[in-house]
Write a protein that binds this ligand. Structure first.
Ligand code: ATP
Length: 273
């Protein structure tokens, strides 16, 4: 497939840091691909998303869309680990705040919130919603601008498993109805296999892409499906040295290995495994 986005981060170094967070990290994405990024804690995933969003101008990096435009000129959606809603604004206004007058008049906020099952909560305030509902508002807001690129930084972390599962379903449905290129950061390999067309694995800092894997399983998928489990086990078995080598040098967040095959992997898995 033709690349729609080309990324090359020559170096991202924070002031005073002994080593760069990212060095010589490069990849390309075709339009409308759902790509997950998996890597050890502190390897530079959020730093990478900030560069892609155009929020970090200090990095030595080049980010270009297929038509030559840069993030500064393209609508980019960004959803963080916390929903970051404006508590003094209603649900409706939390989405409207990113829209132009024409989109507001066309009812885009209401349409997306309705798609997220929040049609009866338009006039509620974020403090009146559950954590899962707040994430749904944040997802509606991220899609509202019709992003050329959608960045999601562990958006469902610290939610109960059923709530996170429901949100993953909603995200995929939204993405299928409003296709866009997605970069989704996660520590959770099962989540990545459930969601992605492709997974990029990053090394520890200074981070680079160490593995690029296509996930060619039919959708819809459940993380616990035999096909997903087989895929995960085969991936871990095939790349044991590569992924374990990363983990041995400072990874964290391991809860369960599933098959016990890898010493100290950096991948965090569902506690139910
Ligand atoms: N504002 C900052 N100033 C200095 N160092 C920073 C800053 N932000 C991040 N870092 C450092 O840069 C490295 C990469 O951080 P980053 O948050 O991008 O990693 P991450 O992979 O997203 O981590 P996690 O998985 O834990 O969220 C880390 O060593 C971190 O301590």
């Amino acid at each position: 497939m033709l690349a729609d986005l080309a990324v090359r981060v020559a170096e991202k170094r924070y002031p005073g840091a002994a080593q760069p967070a990212i060095a010589e990290l490069a990849f390309e994405l075709p339009a409308r691909q759902f790509c997950c990024i998996v890597g050890p804690s502190g390897c530079g995933k959020t730093s990478l998303l900030n560069i892609l969003a155009g929020l970090d101008r200090a990095a030595r990096a080049e980010v270009r869309f297929g038509d030559g435009s840069t993030p500064a000129a393209a609508p980019i959606g960004y959803m963080f680990q916390t929903p970051r809603l404006l508590p003094w604004r209603t649900v409706r206004d939390n989405v409207r705040v990113v829209l132009d007058a024409q989109a507001v008049a066309a009812g885009r906020a209401e349409q997306l919130l309705d798609e997220m099952g929040l049609g009866t909560c338009l006039d509620a305030y974020p403090g009146q919603l559950s954590g899962g509902m707040q994430r749904r508002v944040a997802l509606a807001r991220a899609f509202a601008i019709e992003p050329r690129l959608l960045l999601l930084d562990e958006p469902f972390v610290s939610l109960d498993h059923p709530v996170a599962e429901h949100l993953r379903d909603m995200l995929l449905e939204l993405w299928q109805r409003h296709p866009t290129t997605v970069l989704f950061v996660t520590h959770d390999l099962r989540e990545a296999i459930q969601l992605a067309d492709r997974i990029l694995f990053l090394s520890r800092a200074p981070s680079q892409v160490i593995l690029d894997v296509a996930v060619d399983l039919p959708r819809p998928r459940r993380a616990e499906d035999a096909a997903c489990e087989d895929f995960r086990r085969a991936l871990l078995a095939r790349h044991r040295d590569l992924l374990a080598g990363v983990a041995e040098e400072g990874a964290e967040g391991v809860r369960c290995l599933g098959d016990g095959a890898m010493p100290k992997p950096f991948l965090m898995e569902h506690p139910a495994c």
